[in-house]
Design a protein around this ligand. Structure first.
Ligand code: EPU
Length: 337
């Protein structure tokens, strides 16, 4: 099914709930429909691929074409001794996939419960939470090339995953549209409970199993992160800064309390941006229609009726104060348009 609209209101298509209009909006449910569109109509110069809009800030109207992949369906494609391979359409709600994986007792995605957004966006920014990143369970990504509408595939290695990063944000940005993702899920799950208070939260629920891990992650997230359906937000607004060990030592020497995690390569340290922002006194700050969430300083919120500009201005002020106090440059995690 396709849908082509003009002068389309995007408020329901971005979790900040910002009011913005798109000149054109194209939604499709079958990969071939996008191929047909590209091969017969061609794409305008200005276009944007929009999934669940959970990582996006519209700083005004969008004077181009929005491509909204809404490919449905979750199903098994293969199975071997240890794994089941599940393909999910780009338009499937991420948390619906996680819920199903837990119902079928397949391990891997449970720590990623309740992340807003759609399956198609998961490989783009390699979503992660509570010690797990999507890259650990992505087997294959299927997409449509925007050059000629052909079907293309990317193995896990070809996706070049890194912290909140992949080839789809770099070389392939605006070159392909992801239509489905094949996940490799464990029949014999290995639980990952080392992050923060997760183990403790699971303990409160009883036995360590996929279901209880999912419930524990859901309650931790619900206690810290605002539900975008109730309060417009896009999760973490900034990335946690990754610095070299010398830089990290400089900061840790002056600010012993700073939460930090060493990276897998051992050469860099990730610092908690939420803590840095919190230390600058921003938590719970409100100005007009925008503010900083009262439980998590990394999350900026729209109290209703905000413009993208208000959010960008607040983000700039936060950035400046973190730089003045810590000498660190925060980078936004959300895409500002
Ligand atoms: N902290 C504060 N004050 C705050 C916020 C955090 O002191 O206002 C401290 C916490 O006490 C903790 C540390 O900073 O010691 C880290 O905080 P938290 O565990 O809440 O996680 P985070 O680093 O802020 C990251 C991801 C989240 C993900 C959580 C859990 C990024 C940019 N964010 O947040 O992802 O859910 O870890 O794994 O990597 C998202 O990407 O939108 C997102 C929500």
């Amino acid at each position: 099914m396709i849908r082509l609209e003009h002068n389309f209101c995007l408020q329901r298509y971005n979790t900040f709930a910002l009011v913005a209009k798109a000149k054109q909006f194209f939604e499709f449910t079958e990969p071939e429909e996008l191929s047909f569109f590209i091969q017969n109509k061609g794409l305008p110069e200005k276009f944007l691929i929009l999934g669940g809009g959970s990582n996006l800030l519209f700083n005004g109207d969008f004077d181009g074409l929005i491509i909204h992949p809404n490919v449905p369906g979750v199903g098994e494609v293969n199975e071997d001794r240890n794994f089941v391979y599940i393909e999910a359409g780009a338009g499937v709600e991420w948390d619906e996939l996680v819920r199903l994986s837990v119902v079928y007792e397949l391990g891997g995605l449970e720590n990623l419960s309740l992340i807003p957004g759609k399956v198609g966006a998961a490989p783009v920014q390699n979503v992660g939470a509570y010690g797990v990143e999507a890259q650990e369970h992505i087997h294959l990504v299927r997409a449509i090339s925007l050059d000629d509408g052909s079907l293309v595939e990317f193995s896990n290695e070809e996706c070049r995953f890194a912290y909140r990063d992949s080839i789809f944000k770099n070389e392939l940005k605006n070159k392909v549209v992801i239509t489905s993702v094949v996940f490799k899920l464990d029949k014999f799950p290995e639980y990952k409970l080392d992050y923060g208070a997760l183990k403790q939260e699971v303990g409160k629920l009883g036995e360590v199993n996929l279901h209880n891990i999912r419930q524990a992650v859901i309650s931790i997230r619900e206690s810290k992160l605002p539900d975008p359906k109730q309060l417009g937000n896009a999760g973490s607004f900034f990335k946690n800064p990754v610095v070299n060990t010398t830089e990290a030592e400089r900061i840790i020497e002056s600010f012993e309390q700073v939460p930090h995690y060493s990276s897998s390569d051992g050469n860099s340290i990730k610092l908690a941006a939420g803590w840095l922002i919190d230390q600058c006194g921003w938590k719970g700050f409100r100005e007009g229609n925008v503010g900083v969430h009262k439980e998590q300083a990394l999350v900026l919120v729209n109290y209703g009726g905000a413009t993208g500009i208000e959010l960008v201005n607040l983000a700039e002020k936060i950035k400046t104060s973190v730089f003045e106090k810590f000498g660190l440059e925060l980078e936004p995690e959300v895409n500002i348009l």
